[in-house]
Design a protein around this ligand. Sequence first.
Ligand SMILES: O=C(O)CCC(=O)C(=O)O
Length: 466
Amino acid sequence: MGLNITGVVEKVNGNELSYSDFVNKYLSKNEPVVITGLMADWRACRDWVMDDGKPNLQFISSNFGNSKVQVADCGSREFTDQKRLEMSVAGFIDHWLKLSSVEHGNLYLKDWHFVKEYPEYTAYTTPLFFRDDWLNLYLDHYHMHEDCDAYQKRDDISCSDYRFVYMGAKGTWTPFHADVFRSYSWSANVCGKKQWYFLSPEQRHLVFDRNMKNSVYDIFEEVDDTIFPNFKKTIWLECTQDRNDIIFVPSGWYHQVHNLEDTISINHNWFNAYNLSWVWDLMLRDYKEAREYIEDIKDICDDFEGLCQRNLAANTGMNFYDFFNFLVRFSFANIVQLCHLAKSCVSTKWHSSCTAQHIIFNLESAKDIASKMKFTCLSENHNISLDFRSVLEEPTFLELCYQLERTHAFIHDTHEPLGDKKKLLTHDLLDTGHGKLLNTVVCNPETLLILVDDTFQNLVISPHRI
Ligand SMILES: O=C(O)CCC(=O)C(=O)O
């Protein structure tokens, strides 16, 4: 039985879409969209594509051939994903070039951390709509598991960022899944064509087995009705993504993707204030699962909670502590910027500017997550201690603040921050009389909540008016 496809994903011209329209229609509603017209000046679209529209494999092999990459064998399944091999880009391209024109490829290069590896070669610029990316901004400055030696190696290799290049011959494909952390993703076709099949998150329960443990792997294979009894009830959206189209994949939407032609795409995963709760909800679900899995050794385990958190980090990519550290640093950075805005604007209505509203919304969402986190082991843990004043002394943190400020300036089309970042950012807290915020030591979700509330109070903002 075929899929019940009831609609196609909307397509809009990115040059006629404002940032606030994108937020209101797609980001905050968590709806997919295809955006055109934003890739015209990308270097990747010149260097990586031949005149006939096919990938310029020779160029890629001679310039980036030594990179070691992950290649999926689309013909073999390993657990919930395709079997992965490690090879050089040159080796992968040699294999591709040996395919005859009628053969379909089986090897698919995925998750190539191209930007991290070639920071000087500006293959593309992230479109405005996807700039409010807390995940990659954070990972440019911090490790997700900085205090955890066991995962450091894994981090360096696979979690350095979530900015990828994908390359695959016609016929290669990606199995049915929802994205890591339940992040958003965007995917831009430098050349080639992809077919996407989307399932909304409300239908998630229909693609799992009776125990809600395993989901369907390939929506086009014969799905066994006795294992997945509800799959036949699913309804789908589809989308053909052409060259130069960028697709926005919202949080928690399941999808399967097929390369209809030889294709190169650029793909980022990201989250921000609009989908942070999706990330937290997934982590909580994964935590419960990790706990349940080892429940029987609870009584003989010295540090059962620690083990659950280690397993959570290994399976999900971060644990409660990583996520909380991230949340606190991001909150600090937003507070710093809010104080800076309060200082630099003469108007008493400074907090109604787009940038101020954006920061306030960010802090509201951090508060919202912190209040959910209150009911976890984090409340009792005494190892977390982020002292606002000391964090402000860290050069990495100041760089994070600076990049956050640049991001907001870009999105809201205001001037970029100038001058001595450290002086601008740190001293504004003192100059505006908010120095006492700096005495805060965040050691659990409650203290983060108090800090954000104090910030709103001190800056005479009633969050409910926003
Ligand atoms: O392009 C693909 O093959 C998969 C991309 C994907 O799954 C995503 O962007 O989330």
